[in-house]
Design a protein around this ligand. Structure first.
Ligand code: FMN
Length: 147
């Protein structure tokens, strides 16, 4: 058994997802599947060319196909979850590549709990980091103008 999954405070991450803002109060634009069952994690890895780093927990964020806000809502929620994960000493990553692959497997998406009319927008694999992360100096990463 993977002990990592027992140690991950999943509900805290779900609460953080639920606390995320959404555009125009449209709370039905976004759905979340929280995947921890090993057989489903394997199916996701197999269907996405191993894009989820063999994480013991994957947040699958789905949004309404016709919504102009789906990508934005999902990205904000993903970042919320990732910030909370970092605070809990967990590693996580915003995965877009695997999304294109997963959207070609509607049967699997239904098995993961996705409703009709939705598509996967962001995958967030979460786990305990294998290595201690090197802290990079990012003070000049982006252009910032202060006037
Ligand atoms: C919009 C977006 C899409 C991303 N898609 C992927 C992805 O498909 N696969 C992946 O491994 N990382 C993906 N990432 C994560 C970046 O590669 C990530 O930021 C990087 O691994 C960490 O390095 P950084 O902190 O220097 O950005 C994505 C990040 C963003 C913001």
């Amino acid at each position: 058994m993977n002990l990592n999954i027992i140690l991950i405070p999943r509900q805290k991450l779900i609460d953080t997802f639920q606390a995320s803002p959404c555009a125009m109060h449209q709370t039905d634009v976004m759905e979340l599947s929280v995947i921890a069952k090993p057989e489903l994690l394997k199916k996701i890895e197999d269907s996405t060319d191993n894009s989820c780093y063999n994480a013991p927990l994957i947040f699958v964020i789905n949004t309404k196909k016709d919504s102009q806000f789906g990508e934005m809502d999902a990205s904000v929620a993903a970042e919320n979850v990732m910030v909370e994960a970092a605070d809990l000493g967990l590693g996580s990553v915003y995965v877009m590549g695997g999304v294109f692959a997963l959207n070609k497997f509607p049967e699997l998406q239904r098995e993961l709990g996705m409703d009709e009319g939705y598509e996967t927008t962001v995958l967030v694999p979460i786990g305990y980091p294998a290595d201690k992360e090197q802290v990079e100096d990012r003070r000049n990463r982006y252009k910032v103008v202060i006037k």
